[in-house]
Design a protein. Structure first.
Length: 123
């Protein structure tokens, strides 16, 4: 039995691990020679593109936009589907919180967004 101290999210835990037999040969991890390119996050829409008096429809969680269901100038009613957000392998439908006209669409299909990023605005 071996004792180890493990820290998870800033909390330290003492654990005991029992070896149950067999031989263990540690695998040698290859040394990376070049890092893989990282896909850039979609550029946020400048603040000037979001009308000041419009209602902002924000993302409830981080994820990927898999569908934008409205266009600028389109009239929507409260509860109409405006976008589909994929998060944790589930598609989450984003609905209009009020009726009005779509003032701006601030995302594109395939964009990665964070919590509270503005998806659309409604006048």
């Amino acid at each position: 039995m071996k004792k180890f101290q493990v820290t998870v999210n800033g909390n330290a835990y003492e654990v005991e691990v029992e070896e149950i037999g067999g031989s263990f040969t540690p695998a040698v991890a290859p040394v990376p020679t070049a890092s893989a390119p990282v896909a850039p996050k979609a550029a946020p829409v400048p603040a000037a593109a979001v009308p000041a008096n419009a209602t902002k429809v924000g993302a409830p969680m981080p994820g990927k936009i898999v569908g934008v269901k409205v266009a600028v100038g389109q009239t929507v009613k409260e509860g109409d589907l405006v976008a589909v957000l994929e998060a944790m392998k589930m598609e989450n439908e984003i609905f209009a919180p009020q009726g009005g006209t779509i003032a701006s669409v601030n995302v594109t299909t395939g964009a990665m967004i964070e919590t509270n990023d503005v998806i659309v605005t409604i006048n």
